[in-house]
Design a protein around this ligand. Structure first.
Ligand SMILES: Nc1ncnc2c1ncn2[C@@H]1O[C@H](COP(=O)(O)OP(=O)(O)OP(=O)(O)O)[C@@H](O)[C@H]1O
Ligand code: SF4
Ligand SMILES: [Mg+2]
Length: 338
C-alpha cells in the first residue's frame, strides 16, 4: 500500500449522472444517464493507470471529472490531498496547473488558425507566472524539441504536420505547465498503428524525464499493456476489475476482462489456438437504464439468478492488490506464447 505522500490522485465514489429530459420548452427530467457511477482508485507519483472499456462506458466523462471540466454529481477527487471537485477561481487555476490533458483527436483538438507556437504556449496566457512574455518563445521551442519536433517550425500551422506530429504538439501543450499528472484520453486511437508505438514511446520517455503520472485511456487492452503499471477495466460507468498489469493480463478474474483479452490478437498462430476465444453478444445496455444487480449480466455467459438480484462489489483477492466485481470471480490463466 502506497504512503499518502506518494499519492497524487485519490478518487472516491465518483458519480456523474447527466439529466435526461423531455419537452422542448418545459424540460422535465425523466431519468439520468449514469455515465460514471461509483468509481474509486488512487494514482501514485510517476505511475501509469490504464483505463479500458467499450465506447460509452464513461472513460471521457471520468477524465473530465478528474480535471474538474465536469462537476461530479457526488464523490470526491483529491489532487495532492486537496479536493478539486469543489475548487473554484484561483484555487482551481492553481490545481489545474498540476493536472493536464492530452486529447484523442489531434486533427480536431488543435485550432487550425493558430500557429504551433501559440497552441503550445496557450496555457501561459492563463498562467503568466510560469512563463513571462519575454521567456515564452524560448520555452515553447524547448517544448517542441523535447517532444521531437523541430523548434524552427514554431510559426507553422497544424495542417502542415502529420497526425503523429500533431499529437506531439498536443503533448507539448500538455507539458507546458510542468504538471505532475497528464490524463491521456485515447491519445493514439486516431493514429495509424505504425505511429501509435512512436507516440507511446515518447510518452514513456517523458514520464521518466519529468516524473509524470499518467491516466492512459484506451478502447483496447493491447494498447495500454505496454505503458501501464496498473489497469482498470470499466463497464457501464464502473470499474469491474483493477489490478497490476501482469495480474490483469495473465490472470483476469472478471468475465468481461476475460472476453476483452480473448479478443486481443496474438500474432503467433500457436498462441491463438491456446487462447479460448470468447465472443461477447450484443452491445452494452444503455447507461440510462443499466441492468439490475451486475451490469454485465445481460452479456455474461456465467450469469446466475443472484447476478440479477445482488450487485457484486469490487473486492480484493486475498494476498493481492487485484480487485474484481463478480459473484463468481475466478482467475483464468492466459497462456502467452510469445
Ligand atoms: N454532456 C453530456 N450530456 C449527456 N450525456 C453525456 C454527456 N457526456 C457524455 N454523455 C453520455 O455518457 C455516457 C458516457 O460517455 P463517455 O463519453 O464518457 O464515454 P467513453 O467511454 O469516453 O466513450 P468513447 O469510447 O466513445 O469515447 C454516454 O452514454 C454518453 O452519451
Ligand atoms: S456477477 Fe454474474 S453476471 Fe456479473 S460478471 Fe459475475 S457471473 Fe457474470
Ligand atoms: Mg471517450
Amino acid at each position: 500500500m502506497a504512503a499518502a505522500a506518494d499519492r497524487i490522485l485519490e478518487v472516491r465514489d465518483l458519480v456523474k449522472h447527466f439529466p435526461l429530459t423531455s419537452g422542448v420548452v418545459l424540460k422535465r427530467q425523466i431519468g439520468a444517464i449514469k455515465a460514471v457511477d461509483g468509481v474509486s482508485f488512487d494514482l501514485n507519483r510517476g505511475e501509469t493507470l490504464g483505463i479500458v472499456g467499450e465506447s460509452g462506458c464513461g472513460k471521457s466523462t471520468l477524465a473530465k471529472l478528474l480535471m474538474a471540466l465536469e462537476r461530479p454529481t457526488s464523490g470526491s477527487v483529491k489532487v495532492n490531498g486537496r479536493e478539486i471537485a469543489n475548487a473554484r477561481g484561483g484555487e482551481l487555476k492553481r490545481m489545474r496547473r498540476n493536472i493536464q490533458m492530452v486529447m484523442q483527436d489531434p486533427y480536431t483538438s488543435l485550432n487550425p488558425r493558430m500557429t504551433v507556437g501559440d497552441i503550445v504556449g496557450e496555457p501561459y496566457d492563463i498562467h503568466t507566472e510560469v512563463a513571462p512574455k519575454g521567456d515564452r518563445r524560448k520555452k515553447v521551442q524547448e517544448l517542441l524539441e523535447v517532444v521531437g519536433l523541430n523548434p524552427d517550425h514554431i510559426n507553422r500551422y497544424p495542417h502542415q504536420f502529420s497526425g503523429g506530429q500533431r499529437q506531439r504538439i498536443g503533448i507539448a501543450r500538455g507539458l507546458a505547465l510542468q504538471p505532475e499528472v497528464i490524463v491521456c484520453d485515447e491519445p493514439v486511437s486516431a493514429l495509424d498503428v505504425s505511429i501509435q508505438a512512436q507516440v507511446i514511446n515518447l510518452l514513456e520517455r517523458l514520464q521518466r524525464e519529468f516524473s509524470l503520472a499518467y491516466i492512459f485511456i484506451a478502447h483496447d487492452l493491447s494498447v495500454v499493456r505496454h505503458i501501464s503499471d496498473r489497469v482498470g477495466v470499466m463497464y457501464l460507468g464502473k470499474f469491474v476489475e483493477l489490478g497490476k498489469d501482469a495480474e490483469i493480463y495473465d490472470r483476469p478474474a472478471h468475465p468481461y476482462t476475460q472476453a476483452l483479452l480473448s479478443a486481443v490478437p496474438v500474432p503467433d498462430p500457436e498462441g491463438r489456438e491456446q487462447r479460448e476465444r470468447i465472443i461477447l453478444q450484443g452491445d452494452p445496455p444503455s447507461p440510462a437504464n443499466p441492468p439490475s444487480g451486475c451490469r454485465f449480466r445481460t452479456r455474461c455467459w456465467k450469469a446466475q439468478e443472484i447476478c440479477a438480484e445482488q450487485e457484486p462489489l469490487l473486492q480484493i483477492r486475498p494476498g493481492t492488490a487485484h480487485a474484481s466485481a463478480c459473484h463468481f470471480a475466478e482467475t483464468h490463466d492466459v497462456v502467452h506464447v510469445n
